[in-house]
Design a protein around this ligand. Sequence first.
Ligand code: IMP
Length: 434
Amino acid sequence: MERSRTTTRAHNTAVVGMQWGDEGKGKIVDLIAGRYDAVVRYNGGANAGHSVVVDGQRFALHLIPSGILYPGKLAIIANGVVVDPDALLREIDALHERRIDTSGLVLSSRAHVVMPYHKQEDEAREALLVERAASTHNGSRAIGTTKRGIGPCYAEKAQRAGAVRVADLLRPDLLRERVSIALALRGRDEADADDIVESMTAAGRRLAPSIRDTTYLLHELVQNGKALLFEGGNATLLDVEHGTFPYVTSSLASSLGIAPGTGLPPRHLNELIGVMKAYCTRVGAGPMPTEIHSQEAAYIRERGREYGTTTGRPRRVGWLDLVALRYSVMVNGVTSLALTMIDVLAGLPEIRLCTAYRTPAGTTDRFIPDAHDLESVAPVFETIPGYEGDLTTVRTRADLPDGARTLIDRIEQFSGVPVRIMSVGPGREQTILE
Ligand code: IMP
């Protein structure tokens, strides 16, 4: 693939989701990863699901950066990620089965470890919220988490005393002490620590060759002029600070998470690619102002294979929300957009774009990153003509049907940034690069 002008000057690039996840970041990272020396994950954990199609083979990656599919690249899991050792080892084994070399994998010694009790707690908290919502009708709702223990692990990190970091997997005595504290804080029998410590140290032995201080490694790479690609997990509207709280994940999933999640100051970032779909989807609970339940939603869901990579749940579907997009562009400092799933909308007679929200206080073109307030808005739509045909073989913007070009023009006008990558199918080659 030719080097595009999006990255000719820039050295370090981030790829971040503009919506509620599943925008196709995995494909975009995979597409451009060849130009970088290392691909870096800085947030989230096995809740993220990246699917990438290479030579017709679909890879589902959760923790390992998609750059692993390129031989010779470093795939770095930095300190801001929460790591489930079993999930990571399963992913490594699955890659080995497909003869993919994982020697470029580097795991931060300071990343926090998702423990079995974090996953149990995630399940139990969600179950309690579901039950409570059913019995009280008072609006308290489950978050609809991926139940991968992400929230409880980040909470333990903030609580500190019982938290386990990757380095502790190589220090059995310290690990035992920390697990015992974590169990005691939960009112559980500290004797349960034995099994947990045993399985965690076994995982630590396997992961040991990959474990390093990634902050120093990243600074060394920068000093040596190496190019870094940061791969955001989850997405901006799920960011714990800037998303639709409380229906968000527990990490800084926007580009703002890169500095804390890696130890690299923001000035090292030259380029920010925002990945967005031609429509919206959301998994789990929380407001999505443009959500639709019509036949069009079913059409988009089937054509876009809108079922969760991590959980298999059908994704909620909505029209493109330009208000939310412009907010995400602003918060992340996006320099260009990658628009995916353009082919999916083909066949719809018309396409709707949300350009403002009607709120009890009047119409606004500002996003509202608060679930309670966002729930009460009504979208103001503009309608553009749809388009037809098989777009998967189109390779230039000029060859796209009129409706698709109008869609891209509106996105550029509204967001103020250019769309430089257009994806018309899941394969690497099904892409228009400008
Ligand atoms: P958690 O990250 O498992 O705690 O889930 C919190 C919310 O974020 C839920 O609504 C999840 O469905 C959603 N979520 C987390 N990661 C992703 C992702 O990568 N794609 C889409 N939704 C996600």
